[in-house]
Write a protein that binds this ligand. Structure first.
Ligand code: PLP
Length: 482
């Protein structure tokens, strides 16, 4: 491989692609944004995309496809059973993950639903490096519970520890000894740990977790939705892996796992999902549920066009000039914000840039949702739509008390190959303005609060008239039209 330099002189990452098709976006003036955010109950999930300028809500299903992916979609073999498209995807998964079986599902959470139904019994525990919203909900729905065995560094917002996604091996062993192996449904590693800022684990850590699983006869399940970024970090940060190709690292990780499941809305830059496994017993059990819940075994709820796009997308993920794109742009953004003393999660992870709302809005108590308030304020002053990843994303305890999140983060996701450098600079610029005027931002309180996954549909209102004050100050500094 030639040693391509991705940074130009002033550390600006280079896009290793060019635009062929574009979508027009609008920046509506602040008065209209105020109306939009009020109608959305300060919940960025409820904003209409037509009111959004830069959609940094998520990297899920909104990554830009390549010309090769679009071309592949044209040759999809449309049939209910036995489609050639399925066999192409199956064979790509077998090749990259070195596993015998690929089982399709319509998206990542469908895999979680099936795994929880099959393998989580009443009273069982699923130890993991960190939970993900839908994962935890499915485990709890099936009578199980989650134990997070993250390392101390995981929750240190500003850190230079390169692998905050690692699982604490001693804690894992202690938990199994205390509860007994029969109480453990399976061990789960989430690669590219989503809720703590897209933070990676090492290959070595996965191998150590495997050893413990072997000692106690436990299954190791990996959520590989965010594998791409984690692979990049293993290659660039884990000394022992520097000379390995992305393909080799993928295989080594996969060799440690009994089951891998993924959301192809992220991994493979398409839509859909599925499982890979080498174990026939697992394959046969999952296979029974697929036609019942997803669709026939050769499409699993996906369109054949999506499946063709995944096949090409997975191969493109192995391209060392492609896999670094997300992380490099995120790192640039994190560096720019750090230089302005704006608190962000460091080191830069995958998925997006994570602003530390707990420090940003240190005057807003956690029970008034600083991350939610910051997401609302950010949209208001910029038209940039981020996502709350904090207490609103948690569920109340049975007695009605809040589950205060470990971290209060405003996530500004950077979907792969979608935004340009000027979009990033604009976002940094508006965040800087908000930082300077942060004292104007207040808290939020629920007006409508669903009992599960409340962050999707819940509606909130400001605790004071801070929206009005923020808008007044913005207009004073920027004028009415922005
Ligand atoms: C997005 C995501 C999921 C869920 O995948 P969907 O395709 O959105 O259902 C599961 N786990 C992780 C780590 C994710 O990031």
């Amino acid at each position: 491989m030639p040693d391509v330099k991705f940074y130009s002189g002033d550390k600006v990452p280079l896009e290793m692609h060019k635009a062929k098709i574009v979508q027009k976006i609008e920046l509506i003036p602040i008065e209209q944004r105020l109306k939009a955010v009020q109608e959305a109950g300060n919940n960025t999930f409820l904003l209409k995309n037509r009111d959004v300028f830069i959609d940094a809500l998520t990297d899920s299903g909104v990554n830009a496809m390549s010309d090769q992916q679009l071309a592949a979609m044209m040759i999809a073999d449309d049939s209910y059973a036995g489609s050639e498209t399925f066999y192409r995807l199956e064979s790509k998964c077998q090749e990259l993950f070195h596993k015998k079986y690929f089982i399709p599902a319509h998206q990542g959470r469908a895999c979680e639903n099936i795994l929880a139904q099959l393998y989580v019994n009443e009273g069982q525990i699923v130890p993991m490096n960190y939970h993900f919203t839908t994962t935890k909900a499915h485990i709890v729905l099936n009578g199980g519970s989650v134990e997070e065995l993250f390392i101390d560094e995981a929750l240190r917002v500003q850190s230079d520890y390169p692998f905050k996604g690692n699982m604490d091996i001693d804690k894992l062993r202690a938990l199994i000894q205390e509860k007994g192996a029969d109480k453990i449904a399976f061990v789960r590693i989430e690669t590219g740990t989503n809720l703590i800022g897209g933070q990676p684990h090492t290959l070595e850590n996965v191998k150590k977790v495997r050893e413990v699983c072997d000692e106690y006869g436990l299954m190791l399940v990996m959520d590989t939705s965010l594998l791409a970024d984690n692979l990049h970090f293993i290659k660039t940060r884990e000394k022992a892996c520097q000379d390995m190709s992305i393909r080799e690292i993928t295989k080594e990780i996969s060799d440690q796992c009994d089951i891998m499941y993924f959301s192809a809305r992220k991994l493979g830059c398409a839509r859909g999902g599925g499982f890979v496994t080498d174990r026939e017993d697992v394959y046969l059990k999952i296979r029974e549920l697929i036609p019942l819940m997803e669709g026939f075994l050769t499409y699993g709820g996906m369109s054949v066009r999506e499946m063709e796009a995944i096949t090409v997308g997975l191969e493109e993920t192995m391209d060392e000039n492609m896999i670094n794109q997300g992380p490099q742009f995120i790192e640039y953004m994190v560096d720019e914000l750090t230089q302005r003393n704006i608190p962000v999660v460091t080191p830069a992870g995958g998925l997006g840039c994570h602003v530390d709302a707990m420090s940003f809005l240190e005057h807003v108590p956690q029970t008034e949702y600083p991350a939610g308030a910051l997401a609302s304020a950010m949209y208001l002053v910029s038209g940039v739509r981020g996502m709350e990843r904090g207490t609103i994303s948690e569920q109340r305890q049975e007695n009605g008390d809040e589950t205060l999140a470990h971290l209060e983060l405003l996530r500004l996701a950077l979907p792969r190959r979608v935004f340009t450098m000027s979009h990033i600079k604009y976002t940094v610029d508006r965040l800087e303005w908000l930082w300077e005027n942060r004292k104007l931002v207040g808290g939020l309180v629920f007006e409508e609060e669903p009992s599960i996954l409340r962050f999707f549909f819940g509606k909130l209102v400001p605790t004071t008239d801070w929206h009005t004050k923020l808008v007044q100050q913005f207009k004073k500094d920027m004028g009415d039209s922005l």
